[in-house]
Design a protein around this ligand. Sequence first.
Ligand code: RTP
Ligand code: MG
Length: 140
Amino acid sequence: MAANRTFSIIKPDATRRNLTGAVTKMLEDAGLRVVASKRIKMTREQAEGFYAVHKERPFFDDLVAFMTSGPVVVQVLEGEDAVKRNRDIMGATNPENAEEGTIRKTYAESIEANSVHGSDSDENAATEIAFFFKPEEIVG
Ligand code: RTP
Ligand code: MG
């Protein structure tokens, strides 16, 4: 598959523990290139908008509270088969089910405080990238 892009968030549990570099190294070692990156504090409106697909889920309010509890690092990652490559290195949502060597197995604290987000399809990647970045902020 041709090189393409995905969207990643280093979540508040990871920035709090000063793991931005460690997580980014795992992404880079997996063959992904950081082509845009910024550290932000998500507003409640941003978090609710970003996770709108989960609005009816029981964990929605907790998730919004968690994602606004501290800084996050939003990134655009580029590489061959980027969406799948990123999901593979992230590991399962629940770190108890994540494989050895994945980011979540290595660093996640819980099913919610699971250190990273990654887009789950090319279509969602495009939407999520546009949610946080202007085209000129992405340098491939
Ligand atoms: P993400 O969107 O963050 O990459 O994670 P994912 O696809 O593996 O998981 P998803 O089902 O999309 O859930 C989004 C995020 O919500 C939190 N979550 N909490 N308490 C719970 O049962 C629960 N389930 C999910 C996690 O932070 C998850 O990454
Ligand atoms: Mg998801």
